[in-house]
Design a binder for this molecule. Structure first.
Ligand code: HEM
Length: 120
């Protein structure tokens, strides 16, 4: 149940991020509206809380939890790159965007494989 909630908010999070980037390119004035600044924070807070709930519910801290540490570290990079995306324009913005997407995919694969080094 919580996992479904987690997966739903992952989808909402990536949709709101990509949607905001597209809107800021096409309709920059719309992105400044309160709803577009507050909603992503609400979505991402719920996503984090559902992740933390799953950590405790699954008893992951008493087993193999390296993958959760990896998820959290890359999540911090993802958030940082997201800030760069929203604050810059041009090549910097798009490089940060590609980096953020790579982080997101990495986090997803780590969640499924439970292995931070799945690529080795
Ligand atoms: C961008 C952020 C995140 C993405 C893309 C993501 C992705 C996923 C996915 C795809 C699953 C399902 C894995 C499966 O069913 O095999 C999952 C489960 C899970 N996630 Fe996340 N997650 C994110 C953030 C977090 C955070 C912040 C935490 C907490 C530190 C967290 C902790 C967990 C836990 C404990 C599970 C359940 C694992 C299990 O019981 O199989 N996630 N996540």
């Amino acid at each position: 149940m919580i996992k479904l909630f987690h997966l739903t908010f992952i989808l909402l999070s990536i949709l709101s991020f990509v949607g905001k980037v597209i809107l800021s390119e096409t309709h920059p004035e719309v992105v400044k509206q309160k709803a577009f600044t507050i909603a992503p924070h609400v979505i991402n807070t719920v996503l984090l809380l559902s992740g933390f709930t799953l950590v405790f519910q699954g008893g992951w801290l008493s087993t193999e939890f390296g993958w959760i540490v990896a998820k959290l570290l890359v999540l911090i990079v993802y958030i940082g790159l997201g800030i760069v995306v929203m604050k810059t324009r041009g090549t910097t913005r798009w490089l940060a965007f590609v980096g953020a997407m790579a982080c997101f995919v990495y986090i997803g694969i780590v969640a499924v494989t439970k292995n931070a080094f799945f690529f080795i």
